[in-house]
Design a protein around this ligand. Structure first.
Ligand code: CS2
Ligand code: MG
Length: 402
């Protein structure tokens, strides 16, 4: 089953997506997502200039060998650009293998471990009252788990406050826009949101919160402690995780469950976090962590330590990643939850797919492959637009973690 062509398709139906399409002799095709929010064209070049030419003529059935060829063979290991390119190839090849086997991807991975995949949606508002109302709307839509983020009065552009209810999208300008951060106001305000949410809705729904790397370890420990009465499903990215040891300090102070890993690329980024049981959920995802092959390694390792998966699923992860994730989630024994931010109708039209939301869960499709396609005519209507993520500064002008 020789690879005949490998092409990159860039489209911007509201936001940029990079997709790799591989065709093998006999005509079967598969697609993989290679989108890196705000840095899309670097992956396009990595694929077009360095990876695609080397794929031609290779046996598409040898997914593991091709993964190793691209990982070890580059010499320059890891990193978001390399690992997204590898993910795109890997997912396209799994798609082809599953189509050739006439099986939905989850079957090829070992079959379903569950019937449906619990997801969490994003509720946000400019202040506590607005966010409480937004959570109410998510509950009405059937969500069992909801991430809640609130603006902070006096703090311009606090993380997670979107434009619109369903389609939160942070990459908002050709050059990074500036937001403000104030840790003192946040540490004071955020716990009040969760108190208000539990007062209003009780404890029947899972609540999640994303700190988005804004705190130091001791501040994160304090927030974790103050959120304990709200019994969160998780507190996410409470402090930057380049230094995995930082989580020891957080962990020893709080029983609020910890999630981390949406920016991780490989198992090495979370080796100690998992091995020392410093986290509860690993957020690495298909496109970020080298495809199905890379993520499966992380998930199997995590299972030994009772760490469960919680795949990143923001809108910058294309429907191809989401669709593949739903297959992965249906199979993976140590599944925790799946993030689900809806794509716009334009994006859904570019990427026809067969996963479906029902009553707080995503249902996996039954067609062979990962169940997501790209309509190239539709994609061509939306040319690439330069868009970058914002940056954050403290009030005195110091750069902070966005
Ligand atoms: C966020 C993301 O989904 C999440 O948990 O942290 O929205 C993140 O900001 C974006 O994926 C960045 O591209
Ligand atoms: Mg996050």
């Amino acid at each position: 089953m020789q690879i005949k062509s490998a092409r990159v398709i860039v489209t911007c139906p509201g936001r940029n997506f990079v997709t790799l399409k591989i065709e093998v002799e006999g005509g079967l095709t598969g697609i993989g997502d290679a989108t890196l929010n705000g840095r899309e064209l670097s992956v396009v070049s990595y694929l077009e200039d360095h990876v695609c030419p080397a794929l031609i003529g290779k046996d598409a059935r040898r997914i593991e060998d091709i993964w190793q060829f691209l990982y070890r063979g580059a010499y320059w290991r890891r990193g978001p650009v390399t690992m997204r390119a590898i993910a795109a190839v890997d997912v396209a090849l799994w798609d082809i293998k599953a189509k050739a086997a006439k099986m939905p991807l989850y079957d090829l991975l070992g079959g379903k471990s569950r019937d449906r995949v619990m997801v969490y949606g994003h509720a946000n508002g400019g202040d506590i009252d607005e966010t409480v109302d937004a959570v109410g709307r998510y509950i009405e839509m059937g969500y069992k788990a909801i991430r809640a983020q609130t603006g902070i009065p006096g703090v311009k552009g606090a993380y997670g406050v979107g434009r619109g209810d369903l389609y939160y999208e942070p990459a908002d300008a050709a050059l990074p826009s500036e937001t403000l951060w104030n840790t003192t106001s946040y540490l004071d305000y955020a716990p009040k949101l969760f108190e208000a949410l539990r007062d209003r809705f009780g404890f029947d729904h899972h609540l999640l919160h994303d700190v988005h790397h804004r705190l130091t370890p001791i501040e994160a420990a304090r927030l974790g402690k103050s959120l304990e009465p709200a019994r969160l499903f998780w507190m996410e990215d409470c402090t930057p995780a380049e230094n995995q040891e930082a989580f020891r300090l957080v962990r020893q102070h709080t029983v609020t469950p910890l999630a981390v890993g949406e920016i991780f690329n490989t198992i090495w980024d979370c080796k100690d976090l998992i091995g020392e049981q410093l986290i509860d959920y690993i957020r690495a995802t298909i496109v970020g962590a080298g495809g199905v092959t890379g993520l499966r390694r992380i998930a199997d390792y995590a299972a030994i330590y009772q760490v469960r998966t919680g795949c990143h699923g923001a809108t910058d992860l294309s429907p191809v990643t989401l669709g593949t994730a739903v297959h992965f989630d249906s199979w993976v024994p140590n599944f925790g939850i799946q993030e689900y931010m809806r794509h716009t109708p334009e994006t859904d039209a570019v990427f026809p797919h067969n996963y479906a939301f029902e009553d707080g869960y995503l249902l996996v499709g039954e067609t062979p492959g990962h169940g997501v396609d790209i309509d190239e005519e539709e994609a061509a209507k939306y040319p690439y637009k330069p868009m970058q993520l914002p940056v954050a500064r403290l009030e005195d002008g110091t750069m902070w973690n966005w």
